[in-house]
Design a protein around this ligand. Structure first.
Ligand code: ZN
Length: 389
């Protein structure tokens, strides 16, 4: 049993505690409080103690990339072609070693839980230090043959993996029939679903009008099908309605969500929008509708996305990006996005918070602050170091 005290404790599920203490047995929190500290307490000093971080969305198979694909400001339609080329150049052995690199990088960054988009077959090494994984088997294809093949691979993956889940890639790359089949599987298996959604105005143009740069890119890639697009005028609303049937649904990106679509998501507490701040910045999209999502009561979690659109897999850097660039957001809400909201989105609400009965993993950030404002300033500036306790 260890009793720890720190200048600040951030339980996340309740306000920060100035000078609190925490009692831990075998990594599990058994007691905690504010006020007078147990005389046996070990003082961590001028730091803020936080739970482990949650990366709600990534693709570890790209973790060997030294830099993102393309240049900042690249159009999604161009980036996709370049990613397909990059992916074609790596075989399954390369992918498995990239995954191993990504797991190590995530563990070193203090990430305790990952929402991973996987392309079966793939291998995930695990040891005591490895983060927990929820593996969303990716399904994509506009042709029935390709979609069926990926769906069969996903079914096989999820039969063999307890923490398996479903991921129709995106409405621009996956047929309506295939997305509906994934929804049916998610409902039938009572497992989460994740989909890239409302990523760019190009996507909306493709779905609603069957035209634009993404249509052109699909033609050039040789995968265009006349029967696949357009959907209908309210394509995104239709998608949201389908996804709302799933036990947990992660809507990844949501950069281009309109108010009417936000209102459609809001009643469904099992839906989460996953924002990837530095990937969003890489593509140069206009300001993300984060404030409107939060105001509507929608859960928002954070992801790094992959190293194909982000410089690294450091989730704390995503938190800090928002703390520095989005002064319109409550800093505590931002911390929640990088911890508890990700745990809830992935069906693991005991991860991402410091509370009795949890085994959340721990991290510290240097912080001599005595006031709340200064605490958030420290968090926006200083490194998060995972701490084995
Ligand atoms: Zn992604």
């Amino acid at each position: 049993v260890r009793v720890l005290t720190a200048r600040w404790i951030l339980p996340v599920c309740r306000p920060p505690i100035n000078g609190g203490w925490i009692r831990i047995r075998n990594g599990v929190i058994v007691e905690m409080g504010a006020g007078a500290v147990d005389s046996a307490a070990e003082d961590l000093g001028d730091v803020a103690l936080l739970p482990g971080l949650v990366n709600a969305h990534t693709h570890l198979e790209f973790s060997d990339r030294k830099r993102p694909v393309g240049t900042p400001g690249i159009a999604l339609s161009q980036w996709i072609g370049q990613v397909i080329t990059a992916r074609g150049e790596s075989g399954p052995i390369d992918r498995n070693s990239a995954i191993a690199l990504g797991i190590r990088e995530s563990a070193a960054a203090g990430v305790r839980l990952i929402g991973e988009i996987t392309t079966p077959p793939a291998r995930y090494p695990a040891d005591r230090e490895s983060p927990e994984l929820v593996t969303f088997a990716e399904v994509l294809g506009l042709s029935p043959e390709r979609g069926d093949e990926r769906l069969r691979a996903a079914v096989a993956w999820n039969q063999a993996h307890q923490e398996g889940a479903w991921s129709p890639h995106a409405p621009y790359s996956t047929s309506r029939e295939c997305i509906e089949a994934c929804v049916a599987q998610a409902v039938g298996s009572n497992r989460p679903i994740a989909i890239h959604l409302a990523e760019s105005p190009e996507e909306r143009q493709l779905l609603e009008a069957g035209s634009g740069p993404l249509a052109q890119a699909l033609l050039e890639l040789g995968v265009w099908r006349d029967d696949a697009f357009p959907w209908r005028r309210d394509a995104l609303a239709q998608l949201i309605d389908w996804l709302s049937r799933c036990p947990q649904a992660l809507l990844v990106h949501g950069n281009d969500l309109r108010d009417s679509e936000i209102a459609r998501i809001a009643p469904h507490r099992q839906m989460t929008v996953v924002h990837c701040p530095r990937t969003h910045a890489f593509f140069g999209y206009p300001a993300h509708p984060l404030q409107r999502l939060l105001a509507a009561g929608i859960r928002v979690a954070l992801g790094t996305d992959s190293r194909a659109s982000n410089p690294d897999l450091n989730l704390w850097s995503e938190v800090q990006y928002l703390l520095r660039h989005r002064c319109d957001l409550d800093p505590l809400a931002v911390i929640r996005m990088g911890t508890l909201s990700g745990g809830e989105a992935l069906g693991k609400p005991m991860v991402g918070r410091l509370a009795i009965g949890c085994r959340p993993g721990f991290g510290i950030v240097a912080c001599p602050a005595t006031k709340l404002d200064h605490l958030y300033e420290c968090l926006s500036q200083n490194t998060y170091s995972p701490r084995r306790i």
